[in-house]
Unconditional design. Sequence first.
Length: 356
Amino acid sequence: MPFINDRLMEQAESRPLPLTPGGRVSRFQFEPEQVMARLSARIVGQDPVLADLEAMLTRIKADISDTERPLAVHLFVGPTGVGKTETARLLAEALHGRADALCRVDMNTLAQEHYAAALTGAPPGYVGSKEGHTLLDEDRLRGTLRKPAVVLFDEIEKADARVIRALMNVLDHGRLPLSAGTRELDFRNSLIFMTSNLGAREAQARLSLYRGGWRRWLGMRPGEVERIPEQAVLEHFDPEFINRIDRIHYFQPLAPQRAEALLDIELDRLADRLRRREVHLSWQPAARAWLCARQDIRYGARDLRRRLRNELEPKVTAAMFSHPGTRQFLVRASGGTLEVVPVMDTEPHDALRHTT
């Protein structure tokens, strides 16, 4: 289909380019404010990171980036479940309409030296060298004229050092030559994100010492906790690698006060799935409080998502099958657990909260 693709590109280039605020022309067809509105609604407790990402998107929208480098190279560092991977997925969803539109590589699958060929292709003389197979999805990492690609290297610290070295040329020049020498992958229209948990365990152990006593009541945190992830990154990666990263973002552990906001996000997601089955949930305040009180904030949003899947969804599905003609159900806390019951006319309407 090369001919058709070329014609489509010609048509796209012939259409008027969108204007940036102030009337300046930009080849990129996205609005940073709209993208950030989607991120702000889903990412909790990371306001400094979101502010930096908005500045990055605004710069890219202005179309003044170096044409011989990726559009952006950012490293997300922090504990599990705080939104590092989700941020990249939401960016892909906001830009391309689908969360799975990003080119994602789990770097823990490249933990051994000989797995580097999965990224750069088999070297000459080895099976598959002529085909140039690679884990990277070329279509997704190329993006389009109007929208940048989103590339995610997840858990970058788990990759073998040879894999990290192979990426250095990508971060610097936006190109990855395949080992066969016949072609190269182009990242110059990509937003490259990497995630890492470096230092998270040590920081959590240090924080656990401050969970009780007068320090907790005064809201004090050990000052060195903020520097533990930064020091871990500097010790793990070579200066040459770090020097090719535009910005390192340190995601903060989620505070217990964020449990309510996380619950709202997860319930909205559940509501979207149930709406396809024409089912709606209402919540008694005691049921929401029960879920928030039992959340293990150390594991962030994933802990709450896991508990909804294991403790709530089976009861919702059982209620759906037991009452096939009912569309509205009430979630309540009773006897130290959750119950899902069909809504009857006798239910007090003021007890229903957060209808999903």
